[in-house]
Each structure stands twice: as structure tokens, then as C-alpha cells.
Design a protein around this ligand. Structure first.
Ligand code: ACO
Length: 344
């Protein structure tokens, strides 16, 4: 994992918007988050730092990586994606680089794709990365406070490799199964609409104002900027309600697929959306505190980076041991959600 050294606490945010440490902690659990250096760090440079550590811990070299899967919603460029920037920055071979755009569940989708390539024998060393530089594109005025207080910057990476190893009493070590879902019915509930090609097509509400809509003014217009239509939008309560329904559901789906139950989980690493959501899920599944790893208090919601950051932190803290059953789960924009069960 890599997080920028710059710590931004809730009181720092009160200097630019009408909010309070108390409100943020009570509703989200967040105390502080990291913000990338404005010009010296990007989503990809943070991913490079996390990838270097993952590759070193896997005991291989960057040139051994044979496929990159990069999940982010805050790419360095609109296109091309971050995967190729990472390939260039790390002087990797001319390998495939795939970008995943599944927001909060991006990392689960990414390892699910990687898992299939490993299981079919197509690749041997897949670098899977989740990274975000949210601080660059949020509305830090009072108008955007329901969204901007939640997010932080950072990156996490893993290397996926094939193994025949068994672990403890289990015969199968590694990723057991992954479970992916989507429901586009609520696509606009948590979204950044502009710049985009939607032309106000999908919903009655005006998502973008196009000035006089001259040719060349449709993608980005002055009116869009003046009307603050270029920031993420979120109907927080609706996201909350759906998240607390889908998290337990998709975790139970993974457990049932493997003939297991919540008490078998050594550690649940939920996407760090909101501490209240994680607590709700913990209660619903009757998990003890030591069965759930949360770190949103320190890093905020880092979207695609949150699971690999939390996984790395939990492993470094000695919370993950060989043979442990680890459950990863996420829910977010789209809506998309998913889970993965791993035998460490
Ligand atoms: N500081 C102070 N007041 C605020 C802030 C803020 N940062 N943000 C909103 N408020 C105010 C609102 O203006 C509103 O005031 P009003 O009652 O006078 O109109 C009041 O607080 C309540 O607003 P709600 O949006 O209803 O607040 P809620 O209790 O739902 O909490 C929150 C908002 C934290 C976003 C919550 O809805 C939530 O966590 N939803 C889940 C969404 C989530 O986790 N998103 C994370 C990103 S998406 C993902 O990763 C899945």
C-alpha cells in the first residue's frame, strides 16, 4: 500500500466548508484522510509505489509481471487509462494492461478477472492495483460537503500467482470464488456525470448545461463549470440503505458457494465506504470485532484502493495468517457490488 504523507483531519476541512469534526465522525467514523501532493503525485504514481512493494514481496521483478489490471475512478487521463502509464513508469514488458471502471467494487472486479486468467493458466504474475486521487476533483465548498468529507487518496496492489498449495486442513489455497453483481437502475444515485457523452439522455433532471451547444462545446462547457455540474453527486441515504442490504447478501452468497458460514471467516475486509455501514454488516453477520478490519478512520474512503490498503495493513499487523479464511466485499456506484473468498 501507499498513502501520501499529507494528513488532512476533519478540522482542516472546517476551514474551507461548513462542517465539523463531530458531524463527520458521527456519520462516517472518519477522523482523517490523506491527500496527494497536488502536482507531484497522481493516481498512477501512487499505484507505482504500492506496486513496487507488492512485486518485491512476491519475490519477483517488474519485468516478470505478465498482465496489469488497474481499477480507478480518478485516472490521470480521461484516456488512455492508468494501466499503460503504470506499465511505462515501471518499465514493464509490452504486456496487456486492462483498466477497470467499477468504482468502490473495482478491486473485487479486478481480482476476479485476474483470478480467471490465473486459473486458465494464461498468466503467471498478474499485478492488480486499486488507486485513487480523489482530492483533485471534489467540491470542497459547503455545497459539496456530503461527498467531499468522505474521500481520501491512496493506492494498494497485489500480485496474483498460481499455486497448488494446500493450507492447513483446507485443500485449496488462494482465491476460492468471486461473486459480482450490478444494478444500473440506480446509476445516477452516486455518479459524476460530466464530462460525458450523456447529453441529458437518461434522466429528466438536467445533468449538464451546454451553453449554446455549439459544436465542440458539448463535452465541457462554461455553464457546466459555473453550475458546479463537474463534481461527483451522491444521494447518501439511498446508497446507505442499499449498501447495508447488499453487503451481507453478497458475503453470504460467497460463503454458501463454499459451504461455509460467517463464523468461519477469520477476517472480513469490507470496502471502507463508511464505518457505520461496516458496523451494520458486522452486526448482521454476528461477527466479533477481531473478525472485521476497518481503517476508514485514518484514510477515509479510498474507493478502488480501500480493500488492498486494508488488506495490506491487516497483513502487516499480523492479523492474517496462513490458512485463514479472508472475505473481501464491496458495494458502490453503479450500483455494483461483489465479494471474494480467499484461503490465505
Ligand atoms: N457536515 C455537516 N453537515 C452535513 C455534511 C457535512 N459534511 N454533509 C451533509 N450535511 C448535512 C446535510 O446538509 C443535511 O442537513 P439538513 O438536514 O439541514 O438538510 C444533514 O447533514 C443530513 O444530510 P444527509 O445526507 O441526510 O446525512 P446522512 O445522515 O445520510 O449522512 C452520509 C450522510 C454520511 C453521506 C450518509 O448518507 C452515508 O454514509 N451514506 C452512504 C454513502 C457512502 O458511504 N458513500 C461513500 C461513498 S460510496 C461508496 O463507497 C459506496
Amino acid at each position: 500500500m501507499y498513502v501520501p504523507p499529507n494528513v488532512v483531519d476533519n478540522n482542516d476541512l472546517t476551514r474551507v466548508m461548513d462542517t465539523s469534526d463531530e458531524w463527520i465522525q458521527e456519520r462516517t467514523g472518519i477522523k482523517e484522510r490523506r491527500f496527494a501532493h497536488r502536482t507531484e503525485e497522481t493516481t498512477t504514481t501512487m499505484a507505482v509505489e504500492a506496486s513496487k512493494i507488492a512485486i518485491e514481496r512476491a519475490g519477483i521483478k517488474a519485468q516478470d509481471i505478465d498482465f496489469i489490471i488497474f481499477a480507478t475512478l480518478s485516472p490521470d487521463y480521461y484516456f488512455p487509462g492508468c494501466g499503460v502509464l503504470l506499465q511505462r513508469a515501471m518499465k514493464m514488458k509490452e504486456i496487456g494492461a486492462l483498466d477497470v471502471r467499477n468504482q468502490c467494487s473495482g478491486f473485487i472486479y479486478a481480482i476476479s478477472v485476474g483470478d480467471q486468467f490465473i486459473k486458465t493458466g494464461m498468466y503467471k504474475n498478474i499485478l492488480v492495483v486499486g488507486a485513487e486521487k480523489h482530492s483533485f476533483g471534489l467540491d470542497f465548498s459547503t455545497r459539496g460537503r456530503n461527498v467531499s468529507v468522505i474521500f481520501g487518496d491512496g493506492a494498494g496492489a497485489v500480485v496474483l500467482q498460481p499455486t497448488d498449495a494446500s493450507s492447513g486442513s483446507a485443500t485449496n489455497q488462494g482465491i476460492l470464488t468471486t461473486h459480482l453483481h450490478s444494478d444500473g437502475e440506480s446509476a445516477e444515485i452516486l455518479a459524476m456525470f460530466n464530462p460525458g457523452t450523456h447529453a441529458n439522455h437518461w434522466v429528466e433532471q438536467t445533468l449538464a448545461d451546454f451553453d449554446e451547444a455549439e459544436m465542440g462545446e458539448m463535452f465541457f462547457s462554461h455553464a457546466m463549470i459555473d453550475k458546479a455540474q463537474v463534481f461527483p453527486n451522491m444521494d447518501g441515504p439511498t446508497v446507505f440503505k442499499k449498501a447495508v442490504e447488499k453487503f451481507p447478501e453478497v458475503i453470504m452468497e460467497a460463503l454458501s458457494a463454499n459451504g461455509l458460514q460467517p463464523s468461519d471467516i477469520a477476517l472480513l475486509i469490507p470496502h471502507q465506504a463508511n464505518l457505520r455501514i461496516s458496523q451494520f454488516v458486522q452486526k448482521k453477520l454476528k461477527l466479533r470485532d477481531d473478525q472485521v478490519h476497518n481503517n476508514i478512520q485514518k484514510f477515509g474512503n479510498t474507493t478502488a484502493a480501500s480493500i488492498p490498503i486494508a488488506l495490506c495493513e491487516a497483513w502487516e499487523e499480523g492479523k492474517i495468517k496462513d490458512g485463514d479464511l479472508i472475505c473481501l466485499a464491496a458495494f458502490g456506484s453503479g450500483f455494483t457490488w461483489g465479494s471474494a473468498l480467499l484461503r490465505w
